[in-house]
Design a protein. Sequence first.
Length: 222
Amino acid sequence: MSEQADGQRRLRVIVADDQAAVREPLAAVLALSDDIDVIAAAANGTEVLSAVAAGPVDVVLMDLRMPETDGIEATRRLSEEHPGVAVVVLTTFADDDSILAALSAGARGYLTKNAGRQDILRAIRAAAAGQSVLDHAVQDRLLATLRTTAPPAAPQSLPADITPREREVLTLIGQGLPNRAIAEKLFISEATVKTHINNLFAKAGIRDRADAVRRAIAAGLA
């Protein structure tokens, strides 16, 4: 990260999309944010990997269907070779195969291209902080897929030090609710929800939002 004039850290972001008509305006819009430096705009995964190697980079906003090296392969290689770089997928595709492939490859966020600027910024910032953000429709599909494909099994226990409130939060994540809806449901702030999620993930060894959904199902909470 670079620093702003006020000393706060700025996120170094790469925008990757094979269509210049999407890539260039998106990079320009993100660059208007006070806490983001768009350091490269890549037309394919090969260019992403080269730009990251020249780094440093904090987040890659990654399209999936690109020539030469696609977004899935680029995400997998980044996870292996540059694990400190977070990937947020931004794509038109929200089918089960694409979602599962991207998350399995190591993506921390998954948005569809109808996401607004604030949604994209929120996902970038969350990914840089080690958190996951999934488009609501994507999370619904992921939840449905996991419920369908998960083999029947006895519920798996959660760590003993998980609090009742953290269990409630995990239950609501398992139901597909985003943080804002969880906050409204529990009558607490969104910041408090994030704190509970961070504590929950640390205690239970949960990697990301998709993993949290799996754990909720395995624990019989969803």
